[in-house]
Design a protein around this ligand. Structure first.
Ligand code: ZN
Length: 443
């Protein structure tokens, strides 16, 4: 039987293809890879997915990732056959994505000035961030190719998720973290789940290059978002949002921007759904950088060498990216934000991110730490918990509304990527009565 799923280089002029069972994060020429499917999933599956919300004791229906398994069937199984699902698909007892759906948060809506605003907390995932969506698929691939040890670099959430799935699948797990730059709650998770923590002097970008080097020398299977199987699972964040809207796409989808794995997966998801005839309209993507880690903002908006970096139909000016990275290195410019989850200067998925922005006519904004903290606090006032990096979403929407890029009557979906794992941040925020939404203690 001919393989229905395969790996393919993202650059149209190259386009090298590989079987699903190949273990690689790039083509032979060093370009990133996509997972591709030869068959077009019928739109009648929308009804099937909806029905699975009553899981009938099936954890693969309960899982917010595997409920959509026909749209990421890289294992090429008969998805209705539970024995095949159980043998192949990795799940934390159906918990990944299970509780994730958009909510209307009225106080955030009023603050940003958009009434049709829906925020989707991904912090309800078992390890507390959106990473579980993609980790469950990456570990499924790892299991398919008989991996015994996984490896990643992390600002904290990836290591927590990787370590959790590794513990459950009896795999070894090495996590490379920037020393002193990871929230204590996240670091504690990696220790608790039995991962080997390796502290790297420097920032996340240094940790990632160290871990990729280790992986290339046989040190383990990489589960960072450069792994195309991670991107497949993260598509389900958007599936759930769209399903909530009866598959009528919103005007905007808004994410915080770090390594740009989410931006990439959102773009791939929308490209596929549009190509498959599942959606007729393409939402615009807004990516929100922290001011202190704003590489995408700078390059996309032409703030370096007056040149706007674009995917350019598969011919991006990669030399511009290189020159900007050299400029940062030469001038000692390091990413600096208290939102450590997006404290990244060299986004590994920048090219896939640009592709997503081009397909969606997207925009890139930046917000200050103060604005992110206000956003985080406001989400809290609606009874939801999110980390500081997720506060970039309400902060970014507010800014884009003020700039009249997002219109007040637009429908907007924002993704709150993770829950609070550094209790010191909200405590400090609320103790300072000068902060906009501070709730200081009385003595
Ligand atoms: Zn290639």
């Amino acid at each position: 039987m001919q393989a229905q799923a395969y790996q393919k280089c993202i650059e149209p002029t190259c386009g090298l293809e590989y079987p699903i069972t190949d273990i690689r994060i790039e083509c032979d020429k060093g370009h990133m890879l996509d997972i591709k499917y030869k068959t077009i999933p019928p739109t009648s599956l929308k009804e099937v997915f909806y029905k699975r919300r009553d899981p009938m004791s099936n954890i693969f229906n309960e899982s917010g990732v595997w409920r959509f398994r026909e749209l990421l069937n890289f294992c090429q199984i008969d998805t209705e056959n539970i024995d095949q699902c159980s043998k192949r698909l990795v799940s934390l007892d159906g918990a990944e994505g299970r509780q994730s759906k958009p909510y209307h948060m009225s106080k955030v809506s009023n603050y940003v000035g958009v009434q049709n605003l829906w925020l989707q907390p991904e912090g309800y995932n078992p390890s507390g961030s959106f990473k579980d969506n993609g980790m469950t698929t990456a570990i499924t691939h790892a299991k398919l190719v008989n991996i015994k040890k996984i490896i990643c670099a992390s600002t904290g959430n990836t290591s927590a998720s990787a370590a959790m799935y590794a513990a459950n699948e009896n795999m070894e797990c090495d996590v490379y973290i920037p020393s002193g730059e990871v929230a204590p709650g996240k670091l504690g998770q990696a220790f608790q789940f039995g991962a080997q923590v390796i502290e790297v002097k420097g920032n996340f970008d240094d940790a990632l290059s160290t871990s990729l080097k280790q992986a290339s020398q046989g040190g383990g299977y990489t589960v960072n978002s450069v792994n195309p199987f991670r991107i497949e699972g993260q598509k389900t964040i958007i599936f759930r949002a769209l399903e909530f809207l009866d598959w009528n796409p919103p005007d905007w989808i808004v994410y915080p921007g770090g390594a740009l794995g989410n931006t990439s997966s959102c773009g791939k998801c929308l490209m596929e759904l549009y190509e498959w005839g599942w959606i007729k309209k393409i939402p615009r993507l807004a990516v929100v950088n922290a001011e202190g880690a704003n590489t995408l903002y700078i390059l996309y908006n032409g703030k370096f060498e007056d040149s706007k970096l674009r995917w350019n139909k598969g011919k991006p000016d990669t030399s511009l990216v290189k020159r900007y990275y050299e400029y940062m290195d030469k001038n000692g410019i390091k990413p600096k934000t208290k939102a450590t989850a997006i404290q990244i200067a060299k986004p590994a998925n920048i090219l896939k991110g640009l592709r997503a922005l081009e397909f969606t006519n997207g925009v890139v904004a930046q917000v200050s730490d103060k604005e992110m903290l206000d956003g985080m606090a406001l989400v809290g006032l609606n009874g939801f918990d999110c980390e500081m990096a997720s506060g970039a979403v309400p902060a970014g929407i507010k800014k884009l509304v003020e700039q009249e890029i997002i219109k007040k009557d637009d429908t907007v979906i924002g993704i709150l990527t993770g829950r609070q794992k550094d209790s010191g941040i909200p405590v400090d925020y609320h103790r300072n009565a000068e902060n906009k939404f501070a709730n200081p203690p009385r003595s």
